[in-house]
Design a protein around this ligand. Structure first.
Ligand code: ZN
Length: 158
């Protein structure tokens, strides 16, 4: 009887020890952002710990309009490159999801999605500087004026 009670206690401790911690560590490097038919992202600032070796970002399109009319993507750039990447994206056209192929100024990007769709991108943070601010935008023509925000890699969370 004593043996059984002891075994159960050890099993409970083992379960409590590791599972929630592991899940939490993963979550801190995962981001979600939602765009809509009003040409808006639901977040203006994204933050990840500089301990993240890679970041997984999921873009949701909560609207109903098709990709050709109200497509959205999520493109990460250095702040000063935002206008140039928006212009180059427009030039790249819909067939390229409005992302210029092989453009070094594009640090990461999702596909272009329409209403009800989502896309996930995982990218390495090896090229990002700890404590630096980056910008994200939607490169669908005309959208970046409203659809942009700040991506913080390390530093204070707000
Ligand atoms: Zn957009």
């Amino acid at each position: 009887m004593t043996m059984l009670r002891h075994t159960l206690a050890v099993a409970a401790l083992a379960a409590a020890c590791c599972l929630p911690l592991r899940a939490h560590a993963d979550d801190t490097c995962k981001l979600e952002i939602t765009a809509n038919d009003q040409m808006m992202y639901d977040k203006q600032t994204l933050w990840v710990s500089s301990g993240c070796k890679s970041v997984t970002l999921t873009l949701h399109h909560a609207g109903k309009l098709p990709k050709a009319a109200m497509g959205h993507n999520w493109v990460l750039v250095n702040g000063p490159d935002l206008p140039a990447v928006a212009n180059a994206g427009m030039g790249a056209g819909a067939a390229s999801d409005y992302v210029p192929a092989g453009d070094k100024r594009v640090l990461a990007h999702t596909k272009l999605v329409g209403g009800g769709e989502s896309d996930t991108v995982t990218f390495s943070t090896a090229g990002l500087k700890e404590g630096s601010d980056y910008k994200f935008l939607c490169t669908f023509p005309g959208h970046n004026a409203l659809m942009h925000g700040t991506f913080k890699f390390g530093g204070p969370a707000s």
